[in-house]
Design a protein around this ligand. Sequence first.
Ligand code: GLN
Length: 542
Amino acid sequence: MATNDELPIEPHETFDTILVLDFGSQYSHLITRRLRELNVYSEMLPCTQKLSELSWEPKGIILSGGPYSVYWDDAPHVDPAVFDLDVPILGICYGLQEIAWHFGKNVLAGEKREYGHAFLKVERHSGKNTHVDALFNGLEDDMEVWMSHGDKLSNLPPSFVTIATTSNAPFAGMAHEDKPYYGIQFHPEVTHTPRGTQLLKNFAVDICKARQDWTMGKFVDQEIARIRALVGEKGQVIGAVSGGVDSTVAAKLMQEAIGDRFHAVLVDNGVLRLKEAQQVKETLTKHLGINLTVVDASERFLGLLKGVKDDPEKKRKIIGNTFIEVFQEEAKKIAAEAAGSSKAGEIEWLLQGTLYPDVIESISFKGPSATIKTHHNVGGLLAGMHLKLIEPLRELFKDEVRELGTNLGIPEELVWRHPFPGPGIAIRILGEVTPEQVRIAREADHIFIEEIKAAGLYRKISQAFAALLPVKAVGVMGDKRVHDQVIALRAVETSDFMTADWYPFDGQFLKKVSRRIVNEVEGVCRVVYDITSKPPGTIEME
Ligand code: GLN
């Protein structure tokens, strides 16, 4: 077990790490992602990173693409010290141009911009310097690649040779004759370059000699040791859980590390899904052994939501602010109790389920003069408690969190759960949120999700729910005229939640869901299906 004097270990200290220096390309994070898929650990830092301030040694460095032109006066440039380190360097697009600029200042605007697919011809130099061929080892001589650039090299910088060309880019790939420096004009990190991952593997594994040992099993052991070292023998941690995958995985990790010194709090805001508070409680306490307090604040939330009709933002604000108040009150209670017990120290830490994309977002390089945003945190959340943040998932991507969850024994159902908004079904009840409206929306949603699961579609669909529309329509039920409400079903497929398309259910499926909702949910006489993509629609309705 770790002791207080032991310093917490960061992943880059134990895993061979490829450092991605970000010049602001929209694909930069994908480079990191692809390397981790190869079980090679990778981290991204802004291109302005001073290497003398880096406390660890990368096995290799990748310079990403970027929207600038290297010859601009205010273009961002890499710390020239990278070329003094004894590690391989790969420049991608802007990164290639940056290497060329460093060695020869020979980059200019091309006559023709090149976006999209291109055919690459690989040039081999076997016999002379074999290392120059290493990047394209095992790849075909003709490759399909994805390009997105307007600038080009006018000629090769001194000591470089061409290793690939396209019809428009005579220097689509280059390598240094003596040193392990490579540059490519195309993007290997996007799926439109089918063999791109192999190329990244050639660089990371063969050229940089990085071990492929980044596995979740190892991460768990190390992260548990790190949490213990950080928190110490007595320290206590508090954190909110929602029943979603991120907060559950983070909570389980804390429980493994420090047991009951981690206090999880679930706030029942009255707008969770049907029977959700009970279910989350069951799973977290009985199945996962987490020290959990459930605060039933539903009446308080619903009381405040009363009368709020036409202003979705107001609903969101009420729920967000009340959540903070309730959580804070509970945290103070738990802290007071903890202070009274002799076996543990004070609550000093607040758990947050921050993921790597949030970290990347906060450090990513947005412009030569742009100040880099500081990472958002809820430090101010628990005013007066002066809690330090602990973020055990901050190095992980979403799918890595899921893998970690599975590793920690979290039920599949929870690991693959669709995202659920903080304001809950309050923003799926258009119009006023009353206990009766909550009942209707909950029951309809439950039937819809149940049928999606029964049809084996839950994992295919990214997010699905039933919304309650604030209008009444006429229907006839049991020969009697009824005037009841309308449920709108929404189900979308998306890979990043930035854009989304509605899911094309077959008619039989919709028929069944509609029949069940109208029959089983009192107060509903019609069901419609939302066929709006995002954009222009959002995923949620409010
Ligand atoms: N801005 C540079 C160009 O147009 C680099 C582009 C990129 O890195 N995708 O060539």
